[in-house]
Structures are given as C-alpha cells and as structure tokens.
Design a protein around this ligand. Structure first.
Ligand SMILES: NC(=O)c1ccc[n+]([C@@H]2O[C@H](COP(=O)([O-])OP(=O)(O)OC[C@H]3O[C@@H](n4cnc5c(N)ncnc54)[C@H](OP(=O)(O)O)[C@@H]3O)[C@@H](O)[C@H]2O)c1
Length: 339
C-alpha cells in the first residue's frame, strides 16, 4: 500500500467571467485504497485544455464538475499498485486523472485507463498524440475535408491544436494562413511551422489582412476562437466552403453569450457548411491519428511546441495562462518523474 498523502485541487465555486483562482481549494487527503479490479495510479503530468473552463461552469457534452470534487483533467501517470491482470506496477498510463497526485480507477467512466503507446513519453502522449493533436487531425481532415490547392485559414494558429491543424493542411498541399496574438507567435508560424502567412489579431485589422492574403477567397476555416475572426472569414468564403467549429475560446469567459456572427447568411449564398465536433466522437480511431502524426513528425514535416509548468500547486494559474495567451504551445504541467 502506498504511503503519504494525496494532494488535490477541489472545485469549490463556479467561475463568473475570467478565472481568478478562487474557484479552487487545496486539499490533502489520504492516498486512496486499491480494490479488486482497480489500479492505483501516481499522476505525473497534467494536460491543460480550454474546455476545462466549460466543465467548471455548465453541462455540455460532459456534465459539469460537481462542486466539492477534484478538478477534472486529463493526465498521464504510472501504475503503483494493480489488482487486475492486464496492468502491472510501473506501467505508464493515461486517463482523466484530475488535479491530484493519486487516483484509483477500474478503467470505466471519464477517468478511464489506457496504456501509453510503447516508447511514447508521457508529455508527448498528452500533446501531439493527445487531445489537441488528434483533434487537429480529425477536424481538418474529416470535418474540413481539405484538398490540395485550397486556401485554409486557422484561428488560434500558434496554439496546440491550431498549429497542428495548419501544418497538416500544408502537408496536404493547401495554402495556409494563421491568426495568432503577437509578433513572436506569428513569426514562429511562418518560420518554424511553415504557414504561408500569419495575422497578428492583436495589432492588425483581421478583415483587411484576410482580403489581402486570400484574394481568391477561403475554402476551409479551422476555428478555435469564434467572434470577430469567424465573422470576417464568413464574409470571404468560397462556394462549398467548410467551417470547422473546433472551439470558440474568445467567448469561454463570457457570462452571457455574445450575438452570433452577422455574416452567417453568406453560408447560404455560398452553399457552405459549418460543423462542430468533439474529439471524443473519434475515440476508436485515435491510433490512426497517432500513426499519421508520428510519421510526419519523424519525417521532420511537423513541429510542435510544449509549454511546461512544474508543480501541482501551480495548477490553477497554469489553467489561466490559456485565456491570456501566455502559453506558447501545448500547456502541460509536470507533477513528478516516473518512479
Ligand atoms: N472540439 C474538440 O474536441 C476540441 C478539442 C481540443 C481543443 N478544442 C478547442 O481548440 C481550441 C484550442 O485549444 P488548445 O488546447 O489547443 O489551446 P491553445 O490554442 O494551445 O491555447 C489557447 C490559446 O487561445 C488563444 N486565446 C485565448 N483567449 C483568446 C481570445 N479572447 N481571442 C483569441 N484567442 C484567444 C491564445 O492564443 P493567442 O496568443 O494567439 O491569443 C491561447 O494561447 C480551444 O477553443 C479548445 O476549446 C476543441
């Protein structure tokens, strides 16, 4: 039996507007006991995802996190104790382990349990091969249906999901323009991720720059942001355009949803399609995405950035970084090294 304590962050209040950190309470509990059919996992790495802001507030594709429970999050860890034949101590695993040091799981429900692919480090399992890399893959190929020669725009392009979506579109022969906040991110998009151009939405006129960079219109928009950029793209779509609604981070902190995009009716004139999706719909096809992403990375055709915070005590302020754009790449937090 593991000895020590289980440090946790508990959700104690629902957020209103921008996160402050007061939504969470630090707790120290005993390490949970492992029963028959369960494993005890030591959490090593946490993934930070904008959707966690939604899980704190409202019922959506998952029920909201009940107040008084450990903050929900994806993580990667190591089996410490196993009372099932298919897992042994030392195995590296991933699941919805939450903001805590230890978790017991029978593999069911949100917590789940999955072994890391052989040779894949825990951080990579949560970044390129995790939620964001696989979301980019299925979003741009299945929902976006990109074809060589098309013009693709990606918002939130220097982020974990956006940077991979845009690079896949480049690999498939598209012309790709990204929007991101700040010169450093825009320079990285063009120089390191090989986008054709980048627009700094914080200092440039998005509409004017889209007209300049997409003189023949936009065929596919992979949207992570919503709001102004979505509206400006809708005004410039081509016949049969596809708008991939991956996320809308510009509105996640809004207590009252802002009005919808004024230019939506252009979808009718252009016979366009606007479609949302959730990566959980593609759970059974994750190995396909991991294989393709791994191959492109090995060939040097796909780069990715990770932004790594350290220490479970820093979890709340690490989540806040996603909403200020402080993160540059996949936001992770390292709790401990494997034993
Ligand atoms: N549908 C799905 O299944 C699914 C799965 C995963 C992720 N997503 C969505 O994908 C999007 C990106 O997630 P991620 O995990 O890859 O995070 P990320 O892009 O690595 O980080 C979030 C980024 O959003 C940008 N941002 C924050 N507030 C903004 C605002 N008000 N306006 C414009 N940009 C803002 C910031 O970049 P800048 O510095 O450029 O502003 C920030 O770095 C999110 O909308 C998320 O909900 C959807």
């Amino acid at each position: 039996m593991a000895e020590g304590k289980n440090r946790q962050w508990i959700l104690q209040a629902r957020p209103t507007g921008t996160l402050t950190g007061d939504e969470f309470r630090w707790n120290e509990a005993p390490i949970p006991q492992c029963a028959d059919g369960q494993v005890l996992v030591r959490n090593l790495w946490l993934s930070f995802d904008p959707t966690q802001r939604g899980w704190m507030s409202r019922d959506s594709y998952l029920p909201k996190i009940p107040l008084g429970e450990v903050m929900r999050a994806f993580g990667a860890g190591q089996v410490i104790e196993s009372r099932r034949p298919d897992y042994k101590p030392g195995d590296l695993v991933q699941g919805g382990f939450g903001w805590q040091d230890y978790v017991v799981t029978d593999g069911k429900g949100f917590v789940g349990l999955r072994k890391l692919p052989a040779g894949v480090a825990p951080n990579l399992a949560l970044s390129l091969f995790g939620i964001t890399g696989t979301t980019a893959y299925f979003g741009i190929t299945e929902i976006g249906q990109i074809k060589a020669g098309e013009t693709v725009v990606v918002s939130g392009a220097a982020g974990s999901t956006g940077s991979i979506a845009g690079q896949i579109a480049k690999i498939k022969g598209c012309r790709v323009i990204g929007t991101a906040g700040g010169k450093e991110k825009c320079d990285w998009l063009v120089k390191a991720a090989h986008f054709d151009a980048a627009i700094d939405y914080k200092s440039e006129d998005i509409g004017a720059r889209l007209s300049e960079l997409c003189p023949n219109g936009i065929d596919v928009f992979f949207d992570n942001v919503g709001g102004t950029v979505l509206n400006e793209v809708l005004a410039r779509i081509n016949l049969k355009a596809r708008i991939v609604l991956c996320g809308a981070i510009s509105r996640y902190n809004e207590a009252t949803p802002p009005p919808g995009p004024a230019n939506y009716f252009n979808l009718t004139a252009k016979r366009g399609r606007m479609e949302g999706f959730i990566i959980l719909d593609y759970a059974s096809r994750i190995p396909e995405a991991v294989a393709a992403l791994g191959q492109w990375q090995k060939e040097g055709r796909l780069v990715q950035k990770e932004d790594i915070a350290v220490g479970l005590e820093n979890a709340p302020r690490t989540l806040m970084r996603l909403f200020t754009g402080e993160n540059f790449g996949k936001q992770l937090l390292k709790i401990a090294d494997p034993g």
